[in-house]
Design a protein around this ligand. Structure first.
Ligand code: ADE
Length: 250
């Protein structure tokens, strides 16, 4: 997949290109990533990129023309219909399903706004799709773009390495992930649940599924409402709820 990020702070993206799984995905050609410095499209000797809002009010608005010109140049080099994703708190909130669909695309341009936002005419002309990472406001779109790219990269086959798979992620089946333990067997008197060292893989799988359904019920009942649990999951949830009630009593 090819991704270009339009930003006034290109070096913020070093966090993606220099570290961890995203860096490895770039090195292994799973992701072809680059930034474009919007300042190069700024107007006049000062390379101006923003101005005061028509109608008054606080803050500054990003000029339409630098954004339009920058996207036009990129679409010349990429494809005429490469989608432009505009990161904004006014956008549709991204879910894991959206991420899986994004990961199938051949390319995308991610537009990072600053200040109060971008002149609406630019967004209309470039046919930007507006997406948010959550109901809170960041100081700019860069961190949101990095979150989006990170989530997309971990969907690429082979990106997480042999032993890991995004199939077991929280949300991939609509449920939260189960709990995890590693060595030593006891930490400050707390032992690992005995089933995990039983060697009985069927029992381990059932226990993990039960934890996953149970945690979702406890922490994110909204997710559970949207799911149609199968018979085994329903039985596991009922057992989890009984265990939970007993724990609260003791
Ligand atoms: N820019 C500022 N806040 C944002 C958010 N919550 N999601 C995406 N882009 C943003």
């Amino acid at each position: 997949m090819q991704i270009r990020a339009i930003t006034i702070f290109p070096s913020m993206f070093d966090a993606l290109t220099e570290f961890g799984i995203t860096r490895r995905a770039i090195e292994n050609d799973l992701l072809e990533f680059g930034t474009v410095d919007l300042r190069e499209y700024g107007q006049g000797t000062h390379r101006q990129l923003d101005d005061r809002p028509f109608g008054g009010g606080p803050g500054m608005v990003m000029l339409a023309e630098p954004v339009i010109d920058c996207v036009a140049d990129l679409r010349q080099k990429m494809r005429q219909d490469t989608p432009v994703i505009y990161m904004s708190p006014q956008g549709r909130r991204i879910t894991q399903d959206d991420v899986c669909r994004f990961a199938e695309l051949p390319d995308m341009i991610i537009l990072c706004g600053r200040y109060e936002g971008i002149d609406q005419r630019a967004l209309d002309i470039i046919c930007a799709e507006e997406w948010s990472i959550g109901d809170y406001v960041l100081t700019g779109g860069e961190l949101a773009a990095m979150v989006l790219i990170d989530t997309i990269v971990r969907q690429f086959p082979g990106a997480l390495g042999n032993e890991q798979s995004s199939e077991c992620d929280s949300f991939s089946n609509g449920l939260l992930d189960c709990v995890h333990y590693t060595r030593p067997r006891t930490v400050q008197g707390l032992s690992v649940p005995s089933v995990l060292i039983s060697g009985d893989h069927e029992a381990i799988n059932y226990w993990r599924m039960k934890q996953s359904v149970g945690r979702t019920w406890l922490r994110r009942p909204d997710l559970l409402d949207r799911l149609d649990l199968n018979d085994e999951q329903r039985r596991a949830l009922s057992e989890f709820q009984t265990d939970h009630q007993h724990q609260r009593k003791t």
